[in-house]
Design a protein around this ligand. Structure first.
Ligand code: B12
Length: 215
């Protein structure tokens, strides 16, 4: 029965119906589903299909935008629920996170930021299309020990490398651990550009961040 709601939710994202997406998200919560299950098994699979359809030319930019709006509206419902489940209160570390310059994909970065925040990290979210200088200024200002760089485009992945190089030049590379992520990013890319770690999703990002601050 509950599983059915998740399938409907995936379809609401694919069909581009933000209102229904929000309604089903609320229904799923009321049915006792965990927010993270709603995200990972309902919303994210829908976005993946939307991406595939866009790639093969069945969907166009407006489809991407409306589905993304649905996901973001659903996240507004889910975020307080994620926070309500927060168990750890102590600050595990300070993270400066953002989507790199030239890239406006927001959803994955924000989800990683939220999950880090509900797991005890103090998160400074710089938003999207963030230049290297802004990351550097925020690290200096906050004394953050972690930096998270999101990139969703093959053309902006390279900016992750530029930011790591800029951190080196600013004399900050020894003070922060850098984690990278985003659909085209891989473990081998992270190694190639000298990042400290890569995670595939928001749950993985929390585990990675914890291990990076511990070691
Ligand atoms: C929604 C979307 C958009 C929306 C974004 C809206 C918004 N507010 O965010 C809009 C419509 C704006 C958009 C625009 C474009 N998009 Co777009 N978009 C997508 C889509 C369908 C979904 C992305 C998404 O939100 N996924 C859901 C979230 C939860 O997943 P995620 O982002 O991957 O994040 C997770 C992990 O990657 C990881 N993660 C993410 N960041 C980080 C950071 C760290 C530190 C860590 C550890 C982990 C981590 O954890 C996250 C949570 O689990 C993808 C398809 C796809 N398969 O990715 C295409 C996709 C990324 N877009 C694509 C393209 C081509 C574009 C455009 C160039 C289209 C155009 N012609 O204009 C523009 C680029 C604009 C720009 N300059 O950035 C291509 C990229 C191809 C490529 N290889 O480069 C994709 C792959 C679609 C496709 N299959 O062709 N897009």
């Amino acid at each position: 029965m509950t599983h059915e709601i998740l399938i409907q939710l995936t379809n609401a994202i694919i069909e581009g119906d933000p209102e229904l997406t929000v309604e089903l998200t609320q229904k799923a919560l009321a049915a006792g589903l965990e927010p993270m299950a709603i995200i990972e098994q309902g919303l994210v699979p829908g976005m993946a299909v939307v991406g595939e359809r866009f790639e093969c030319g069945d969907y166009f930019l407006p489809n991407l935008i409306i589905s993304a709006n649905g996901m973001q509206d659903a996240m507004k419902v889910l975020e307080p629920e994620l926070r309500a489940r927060q168990q750890e209160v102590k600050v595990a570390g300070k993270v400066v996170i953002g989507t790199v310059q030239g890239d406006i994909h927001e959803i994955g970065k924000s989800l990683v930021g939220t999950m880090l925040s509900v797991n005890g990290f103090q998160v400074f979210d710089l938003g999207v299309d963030v230049p290297a200088e802004t990351f550097i200024a925020k690290v200096k200002e906050t004394g953050a020990n972690l930096v998270g760089l999101s990139a969703l485009l093959t053309t902006t992945m390279v900016v992750q490398r530029e930011i790591i190089d800029a951190l080196k030049q600013a004399g900050l590379r020894d003070k922060v651990k850098v984690m990278v992520g985003g659909a085209p990013v891989s473990r081998s890319w992270a190694a190639e550009i000298g990042a400290d770690g890569y995670a595939e999703d928001a749950i993985g990002a929390v585990a990675l961040a914890k291990s990076l601050v511990a070691g």
